[in-house]
Design a protein around this ligand. Sequence first.
Ligand SMILES: *Cc1c(COP(=O)(O)O)cnc(C)c1O
Length: 380
Amino acid sequence: MDIPFNQPYIGEEERSSVAEAVEQDILHGDGPISERVQSFLEGWLQVDHAFLTTSCTHALEMAMITLGIEAGDEVIMPSFTFVSTANAVVLRGANPVFAEIKPDTLNLDPEAVAEKITPRTKAIVPIHYGGVACDMDAFTELAEVHDLFLIEDAAQCVDAYYRGQALGTIGDIGCYSFHDTKNITSGEGGAFLTNDDEIAKRGEIVREKGTNRSAFYRGEVDKYSWVNEGSSYIQSDVLAALLEAQLGKRDEIRRKRKEVWDAYRDALEPLAECGLIELQTIPEYADPNYHLFYLRTNTPEERDELLSALKKSGVQATFHYVPLHSSPYGRNTLNCKADLPVTQRCSETLIRLPLYPQLADQAELIANFVRDVISRNISN
Ligand SMILES: *Cc1c(COP(=O)(O)O)cnc(C)c1O
């Protein structure tokens, strides 16, 4: 076997879409292609405002600036997440507060979040791990009761749903990633989503270097100038063209990813039933996008052995996040004292398997091969 961990699913559609975009006179962002993609996202996701951004990292930064997160504020999030969730808060001089996750989905635990709320708390940032929805009714209620902003780090969630509603469109702001490790890609890219007109108005300014240039282009003001803090978060039309071609293939991408996911599930379920490994739970409210397939071993030692056995047999499986509270920056600079045993344990026992559309044709073969490697390395 020779199975890389990830491969972007790029073909003729993407190549010709980018080539056409380069032929146009407009290469900067918010040109005709970006406008088309943004309108498409608004219709498809049923969200009032979608802004393409340079990345999800930047969409998260935009969210913190737009909501006025500042020094001394606290923002509750999982420790089991990508650094960008926390960096967006740290860059404002505010404090990320890490709360525990649930062992069945690795998603933020609403009860653990409730315990971390203080008078300084301004926002909650759930991430939907692997495109599997968090318990959004619980977070929406917490945010309402305590008057907090709810920001969804929906980086992994394009085409994933909570009770039929697109992830990223439920909180005050949702942030998507189109990085080439995600289901739908523009190489680098992201989106900032909101249903709140006021947030959209402020976000548009933050995204345009703190100016009202967007209003100027629409003819609403006769000159534009510096009106707020901001930065440059607008994605080029050339990348939007790549994204547009990918979005056109969204059903095919989802179907093929599901085939691979289902094959892993079918092959590994018997091992899970014997208690040799644990598989991801999909709650009844979640309709996932098959962003990733993971399993957990019973001990960290088993995980490390299984990872190297899989690699030796040519399957580039991999671990995932090192919890942020126990990272060098978290411990030494933020001085995190959080005690998060579930987070720690899950991080140390997790293995992600290769999952992308190109594997669909041999899904069963690969899944059975992986099952055999696991059986050999865990049961004895
Ligand atoms: C990928 C990812 C990000 C960062 O996305 P970029 O577009 O690469 O900036 C942020 N948060 C989570 C949970 C992610 O998976």
